[in-house]
Design a protein around this ligand. Structure first.
Ligand code: AMP
Ligand code: MG
Length: 430
């Protein structure tokens, strides 16, 4: 039975990461609308159609080298070949080529009828109107030829619905002559930070203030995921302001994300504001960092779509980890990517890791390879959920799973590489 976010919440049971993810994804049953885009505007978008190859690539059998083309049946019969013309890329060569004849051929030129083998120019000796080959003993029939359709065959289903278009996919589509693609529109996401102490960078820091890290973590992530982000700034700990800001954001967005204000503290107004709008529940996640976390919806937006809501924990590492593990897959699904999961790798623990049974701990780690090519991982050190430098120093999350209190040194542990799970990741700093 599939779980929904409302069946699961307000219960004693804590949700594992997998249960939470399943509930989250099952509530996201509408993808963003589709649009037609020219190929040069489609980078980062998700394909909303399956592209069937309309042609062979390459279209014609052609030469992979500059050199001389001849018929391999001539091998052993001739020592020199008569040069009867040249065949250049984009031009072709229509005259018949007879036994003992060769043509100069350029890389990419369509192979003329009557020849099947190319000898590269470096192995050709041209004297007047004749050519001989320095490597006659080792020439293989069919050398230096690219067959029609050897890359892509006409009619082949090449890129399927849900594929995110990167440089390689754009090049592939262009090689088929495709000029327009049907893609999903970017998800419209509004973000807020909350808290009287939270101060925007650029302002002077009040005596009891803290600079707003989370909004910028979210911005980096969401922009890398191709979302259309509205940055709605910082909300004070005030029920009326939070309520009206969430209500107004829900009108023209498909997802609203806040950070902070969902814990059990007295000043946590987001919870109360949510009770007045849509349907949102606090979740008990068996995850660290990752508590507290709220999820639900804020009713329908002006386009008639449900506006989803996630209230992320305020601590900067907890925001980062919940966005990586829960929000990132949600957004990919809403933008049409389906349920394909980012990679998780097995790595050897360089030292023991400790947690508590019944909860998954996600430490920030540094993976590396031993001289013999074994993947190993160590911790970045202090793992407090306010220690954002741990994420900068690390290149992965290390999972100490629900059923283990310890992973001893030398045993295998699952790691979540940042380049897979954190779309804005710019590489390890060490
Ligand atoms: P809260 O969930 O609102 O109780 O916040 C938990 C902790 O995270 C507190 O120490 C907050 O000061 C801190 N915090 C909340 N929002 C942010 C933010 N946007 N940037 C950095 N720290 C934050
Ligand atoms: Mg707060």
């Amino acid at each position: 039975m599939s779980l929904t976010c409302f069946e699961l919440t307000d219960q004693k049971k804590q949700l594992t990461l997998e249960e939470a993810l399943e509930a989250l994804l099952s509530s996201a049953n509408q993808t963003t609308p589709c649009i037609q885009l020219p190929l040069n505007k489609a980078a980062g978008f998700t394909l909303a159609e399956t592209v069937i190859a309309p042609i062979n690539v390459p279209q014609n059998t052609n030469s992979a080298m500059d050199g001389y083309a001849f018929n391999s049946q001539d091998l052993g019969k001739f020592l020199t070949w008569k040069i009867v013309g040249e065949c250049l890329a984009g031009k072709g060569f229509d005259k018949p080529i007879k036994a003992g004849e060769a043509v100069y051929i350029a890389t990419g030129a369509t192979l003329p009828k009557g020849v099947d083998t190319v000898v590269m120019i470096e192995q050709c000796v041209v004297e007047g109107k004749e050519v001989s080959f320095t490597n006659t003993d080792t020439i293989q029939a069919g050398s230096n030829i690219r067959q029609a359709g050897e890359d892509i065959q006409e009619g082949q289903s090449l890129l399927t619905t849900g594929t995110r278009l990167g440089a390689v996919q754009l090049g592939l589509l262009a090689s088929l002559g495709v000029a327009q693609v049907k893609v999903h529109q970017p998800l419209k996401v509004a973000i807020f930070s909350t808290g009287d102490e939270v101060t925007a960078p650029g302002e002077s820091l009040p005596a009891n203030g803290i600079y707003d890290a989370n909004r910028f973590t979210l911005l980096g992530m969401l922009q890398a995921l191709g979302c259309e982000v509205t940055d709605l700034g910082i909300l004070p700990d005030s029920l009326t302001e939070v309520t009206s800001a969430l209500k107004s954001a829900s009108q023209n967005h498909q997802l609203v994300l806040t950070s902070g204000g969902v814990s059990v503290g007295d000043a946590d107004f987001v919870k109360q504001a949510l009770q007045a709008l849509g349907e949102t529940r606090l979740w008990r996640l068996a995850l660290r960092p990752g508590r507290p976390f709220a999820f639900g919806h804020l009713g329908k937006n002006s386009s008639g779509q449900t506006c989803l809501f996630a209230g992320l924990p305020g601590n900067p590492v907890a925001t980062l980890v919940t966005v990586m593990l829960l929000i990132q897959p949600l957004i990919r699904q809403l933008q049409g990517e389906g349920k394909s999961q980012a990679a998780i790798w097995p790595a050897l623990a360089e030292a023991s890791f400790y947690s508590r049974v019944g909860r998954s701990d996600f430490h920030r780690g540094i993976y590396s390879f031993t001289a013999s090519g074994q993947l190993q991982v160590r911790t970045t050190g202090s793992q407090g959920s306010g220690i954002l430098t741990s994420a900068h120093q690390g290149n992965c999350l290390i999972r100490i799973p629900d059923d283990k209190a310890e992973i001893p040194a030398g045993k295998v542990v699952a790691i979540y590489p940042f380049h897979e799970w954190l779309p804005s990741y710019q590489g390890a700093s060490q």
